[in-house]
Design a protein around this ligand. Structure first.
Ligand SMILES: [Fe+2]
Length: 285
């Protein structure tokens, strides 16, 4: 059985605050998502925690440092470090963001937005292809939250994502919370977004909390998933039933029981979507 076939249901993002609960013995969590950047550049205690995690759970990698949208060349040392870690841990897959974090050799600590135009599609897709060649596997690219739009954008966010996936031959990580945040902030219909992206390439989803500032939402990963996001997640799972989903919580990380509760709620939605799809298939046959 390949590692990827083990990734089912709703997993959790591994955070150091929960090493004890998650790594002392196997918990009722089917898989873990690991922020690869935290482990790729060292050989000390964090890596030993990651080895323990891998011994107990299937794992997928998530990254923030590839800067796929930058006009700079890829950071070869960074990609090589991710590849070394992947060879050690054997994640089912590796994901990154449709964003940029560096330009002109200067690194920022934010996932910065891209203009939705053909030139940017070409830049991102070329980087994704290069990463895939270096890693020897397809990667997943994630729709990122963005707080401004560029006057030069000539396509919608969903059209941009579809074009990148087609040109790079990669897969998708659909962050349902980012979709809600962007749809609210930029005033578009998330259901049109779902109709436009290539659904057969969606291999993972994310759920996370955001900060509501009234006039706008900020993807902050420091609170429970909002009721609006849960409602959208039900619709998304109705369209793509059973796609593995991960709960992300990075700031003000709560006790493990809170995260486990979010996981249980998401798992019930995924199970209901799979059951409904199976019933529909039975009726159609
Ligand atoms: Fe995400």
């Amino acid at each position: 059985m390949s590692a990827s076939t083990c990734i089912e249901g709703v997993g959790l993002g591994l955070r150091s605050q929960h090493y004890e609960e998650l790594l002392s013995s196997r918990r009722d969590v089917p898989w873990l998502e690991v922020l690869a950047d935290n482990y790729a550049h060292g050989d000390g205690l964090p890596l030993r925690h990651l080895d323990r995690a891998r011994a107990l759970y299937p794992v997928v990698f998530h990254g923030v440092g590839m800067s796929l949208g930058s006009t700079d060349p890829l950071d070869g040392d960074y990609v090589a470090a991710i590849r070394r870690l992947a060879r050690r841990i054997e994640p089912a897959w590796i994901s990154e963001h449709l964003a940029w974090v560096s330009a002109g050799g200067r690194h920022h600590h934010e996932l910065l937005p891209l203009p939705f135009c053909e030139e940017a599609v070409g830049t991102v897709a070329a980087h994704v292809r290069e990463v895939q060649d270096r890693l020897g596997q397809r990667i997943l690219v994630e729709n990122a939250a963005g707080y401004l739009r560029f006057a030069c954008s000539r396509m919608s966010e969903a059209e941009f994502i579809a074009a990148v996936v087609a040109e790079a031959d990669c897969d998708l990580l659909l962050d349902v919370s980012n979709l809600h945040v962007n749809a609210r902030n930029h005033g578009y219909d998330p259901l049109v977004f779902l109709e436009t992206i290539p659904g057969d390439r969606v291999r993972q989803m994310h759920l996370a909390g955001y900060d509501d500032h009234g006039s706008h939402l900020i993807d902050a990963h420091g609170s429970p998933v909002s009721e609006a996001t849960w409602a959208l997640f039900i619709q998304v799972q109705g369209r793509f039933p059973g796609v593995p989903t991960c709960i992300e919580w990075d700031r003000d990380v709560p006790p493990f029981a809170v995260l486990a509760g979010e996981r249980t709620r998401a798992a019930a939605i995924v199970d209901a979507a799979v059951d409904a799809a199976q019933r529909e298939a039975c009726l159609a046959s």
